[in-house]
Design a protein around this ligand. Structure first.
Ligand SMILES: Nc1ncnc2c1ncn2[C@@H]1O[C@H](COP(=O)(O)OP(=O)(O)O)[C@@H](O)[C@H]1O
Ligand SMILES: [Mg+2]
Length: 267
């Protein structure tokens, strides 16, 4: 059960966008994919066409539902989304507290999906360290750390390298990798930071995504960047990253048996 965590020390860097488009791309390549949102902003679902006023989600229902898979929504194909849901601050605090204090809470919640044969899970996180990222890390096969091609991201690299995200090395299975987002060759700083990151991170830099208006436009129209603008630079970049993720995780694409459908709710 390959589980990829998309995280970053920084906010607004493109974690949710990458998580959503990575999920789309892996699903298009033939995998059954579940995208899980661990951010109270509850924005991941918006990339999958879930209406703004649909506040359902596993955190919103976690007090009455121990099995979070009951809150999975289907997008139609072999792509599923588990939204965080619309929660009060008190609900968020209780959820975080359980994550931090009960070592089995997260595993119980995800037990059904973790045991689903062949399911690829892409999990999206809020910026910085947090209880969910910490609780899930031992189950994760891979972490993708998203950074921007700017100097603030360079200054935050030591946070990742010095175990500040979870208190432990980020991933002890297939490793942690970086994605540099919003790289723009027309801007000197962006060009210099991209070159610096390529040199500094070497093979752990999984890919560079160009700054591309079609990313935001695809999001606004609730489509993947491939469907919205298949020939765009960002679609090409993210597709390449998805191929690299699939290869590192040895995800077989487009063959094998199709497992039974996940129990999920249409919206
Ligand atoms: N490659 C890109 N080119 C242009 N805009 C982008 C790109 N990646 C993300 N964005 C935009 O940046 C903003 C933040 O992205 P988001 O995925 O919400 O970040 P995060 O989840 O890290 O907070 C969004 O408006 C998104 O559309
Ligand atoms: Mg986000």
């Amino acid at each position: 059960m390959p589980l990829v965590c998309v995280c970053s020390p920084k906010g607004g860097v493109g974690k949710t966008t990458l998580a959503a488009n990575l999920a789309w791309s892996l699903a298009r390549a033939g995998s059954k994919v579940l995208a899980i949102d661990f951010d109270v902003q509850n924005a991941l679902r918006l990339h999958f066409g879930v209406p703004l006023n649909d506040g359902r989600g596993f955190v919103a229902r976690s007090e009455e539902q121990a099995d979070w898979s009951q809150s999975i929504l289907t997008t139609g194909g072999n792509l599923f989304v588990l939204p965080y849901g619309d929660v009060t601050e008190a609900q968020r605090e209780r959820f975080e507290e359980k994550l931090a204090k009960d070592p089995h809470f997260l595993r119980r919640g995800l037990d059904t999906v973790l045991n689903y044969p062949g399911l690829v899970i892409v999990a999206d996180f809020p910026p910085g360290p947090g209880a969910a990222l910490k609780a899930i890390s031992s189950l994760a096969e891979m972490h993708l750390v998203v950074m921007l091609a700017d100097t603030a991201s360079v200054s935050l690299l030591p946070q990742v390298e010095n175990n500040r995200m979870t208190g432990q090395p980020l991933n002890n299975q297939s490793g942690h990798y970086f994605v540099l987002n919003q790289s723009d060759n027309r801007r000197n700083i962006s060009r210099d930071v991209t070159a610096f990151m390529q040199q500094r991170l070497g093979d752990s830099l999984l890919g560079v995504v160009h700054r591309d208006e079609s990313v935001a436009e695809a999001n606004a129209s609730q489509q993947s960047v491939y469907d919205f603008s298949p020939a765009s630079a960002a679609a090409f970049d993210i597709e390449l990253i998805a191929k690299r993720v699939a290869s590192i995780l040895k995800i077989s694409v487009g063959n094998g048996e199709v497992p039974a459908p996940i129990r999920s709710t249409h919206y």
